[in-house]
Design a protein around this ligand. Structure first.
Ligand SMILES: Cc1cc2nc3c(=O)[nH]c(=O)nc-3n(C[C@H](O)[C@H](O)[C@H](O)COP(=O)(O)O)c2cc1C
Length: 228
């Protein structure tokens, strides 16, 4: 038989070869795939609290909005701030909470009856910023003035200058969430009440704090002893 090789034959051979190569390539993947209806649910066990202090703390984590007038001893405040965003690996200057690209852009401002301070994790210091009780300005809810401490999480956008505004806010919000959860867990461990808050008059608070335009208030968090 006289096989006539023309462009159409070549194209057909190429298409068949392509399909064969494609099938050979996806064959190994199909070994690990099952149809959705064949996939069985995995029954999980209840949390095993015994001997696991972290699970025991998580079982008690909650928000509370009532605070007694008792102040926080300095050692409790120190431990809380270290738990929040302290340096846990001095050799690399890294922290108890993760931060996107290790930017460490969140600063923790601390308000007490004595005034406003900035947490300096490197020198274990609360640096004085304002000698005035501004706790009541850290939120729009009445209880905030009663909490012994109100933390204000402020993103330093100057450390994020290569990122778009959308990404800056996304990273800053996520990074604040990790810090806030550390504070929640420390508060459970010490019998303290706490609530993280977005309800803030940011413009008024930024003004009284003397923030730069490239500093953004993300959230605040009230902390104190519960009412007995
Ligand atoms: C991003 C964020 C913003 C919040 N803002 C406020 C707030 O402004 N005021 C407040 O009382 N609680 C606030 N909360 C606390 C939530 O209301 C609380 O976490 C929620 O009701 C669930 O309760 P739980 O923390 O006890 O599980 C906020 C929580 C988050 C995560």
């Amino acid at each position: 038989m006289n096989m006539k090789i023309n462009r159409k034959n070549i194209l057909q051979v190429a298409v068949v070869a392509f399909i064969l190569i494609f099938l050979i390539a996806i064959l190994p993947m199909t070994k690990n795939m099952v149809l959705a209806e064949e996939q069985k649910p995995i029954k999980l066990s209840k949390p095993q609290m015994d001997g696991n202090p972290l699970l025991q703390l998580l079982a008690k984590r909650s928000s509370s909005r009532s605070f007694s007038s008792d102040t926080l001893p300095v050692n409790v405040l120190s431990n809380m701030l270290w738990a929040a965003f302290g340096i846990n690996r001095p050799e690399s200057d890294k922290r108890t909470a993760p931060s996107a690209k290790n930017l460490q852009e969140i600063d923790i401002y601390v308000t007490t009856a004595m005034g406003l301070y900035l947490y300096d994790a490197r020198s274990d210091l609360l640096k004085p910023i304002l000698g005035q009780d501004v706790r009541g300005l850290t939120g729009t809810q009445a209880f905030v003035k009663d909490a012994a401490v109100n933390l204000i999480y402020v993103a330093d956008y100057s450390k994020m200058s290569s990122l778009s505004d959308e990404v800056k806010l996304m990273y800053a919000a996520a990074d604040t969430g990790f810090i806030s959860e550390n504070v929640y867990l420390y508060c459970v461990s010490e019998g303290l009440s706490t609530v993280v808050r977005a309800g803030i008059d940011r413009q008024a608070l930024a003004k009284v704090m003397g923030l730069r335009p490239d500093q953004r208030i993300i959230l605040a968090q009230s902390v104190g002893y519960p009412v007995k």
